[in-house]
Design a protein around this ligand. Structure first.
Ligand SMILES: Nc1nc2c(ncn2[C@@H]2O[C@H](COP(=O)(O)OP(=O)(O)OP(=O)(O)O)[C@@H](O)[C@H]2O)c(=O)[nH]1
Ligand SMILES: [Mg+2]
Length: 213
């Protein structure tokens, strides 16, 4: 679990920390989108088991941000502790595959219900993403339908391709910008940083590296 650096050591180096969650049917390309946004040496694209996360450090408007992006399993048998995924989340990316209508309808039938059940943060920003637009000849869900659902459910909306990288960065950037526009979410982001610093201090006090003996 977890890749590209577990934070920890460089926790003091940023001003805000946000948790983002990727959800949607198996095979829609959640892990692919994450891998496109945050490349790693281990490009394993088997179905996600349980949950994985990656960290991205970036600068927005002069502020240093830490994004922790949680990539969940679409297959029900691989999902565990689902409620914990939603804890302290500021942004949710709901992904469907534009070539598979079922993955689109399931966003309402399955994923929105789960979100409703477990998401404790009402002001959390949502982004609807239609992935695999590179396979345009096989498209089953139109841009118009995607936009309509986004409007109905109060989501931001983008169509992407993890393959061609089209709109992938934009997706995470727009989501982050929107999170930063909300004073409550912004406050949560800075509290998360303070909490981490405090934790580090306490750990240091509990385990002094010198004077052992
Ligand atoms: N053509 C095309 N294929 C894609 C794209 N994104 C993902 N794929 C392919 O779709 C398959 C599934 O992608 P994953 O990223 O594993 O899907 P997932 O949503 O993480 O699936 P689970 O982990 O099972 O929930 C892989 O074979 C990918 O190569 C895309 O934008 N275009
Ligand atoms: Mg996956």
């Amino acid at each position: 679990m977890g890749s590209s650096g577990h934070g920890g050591s460089n926790i003091g180096n940023h001003d805000l920390s946000f948790k983002i969650l990727l959800i949607g049917d198996s095979g829609v390309g959640k892990s692919s989108l994450l891998l496109t946004f945050i490349p790693s040496s281990l490009e394993d694209l088997s179905p996600t088991i349980g949950v994985d996360f990656k960290i991205k450090l970036l600068k927005v408007g002069g502020r240093r941000l830490k994004l922790t992006i949680w990539d969940t399993a679409g297959q029900e048998r691989f999902r565990t502790l689902t409620s914990s995924y939603y804890r302290n989340v500021q942004g949710i990316v709901l992904v469907y595959d534009v070539t598979r209508r079922e993955s689109f309808t399931n966003l309402c039938d399955v994923w929105a219900k789960e979100m409703e059940l477990y998401s404790t943060n009402r002001s959390c920003v949502k982004m609807l993403v239609g992935n695999k637009v590179d396979r345009d000849s096989e498209r089953m869900v139109s841009t118009k339908e995607g936009m309509a659902l986004a409007e109905e459910t109060g989501c931001l909306f983008l169509e992407c391709s993890a393959r061609t990288r089209e709109n992938v960065e934009k997706c995470f950037e727009e989501l982050t910008m929107k999170i930063m526009e909300d004073p409550n979410l912004l406050e949560e982001g800075s509290t998360a940083i303070k909490r981490n610093i405090l934790k580090q201090k306490q750990e240091k006090q509990a385990n002094p590296t010198c004077c052992s003996g």
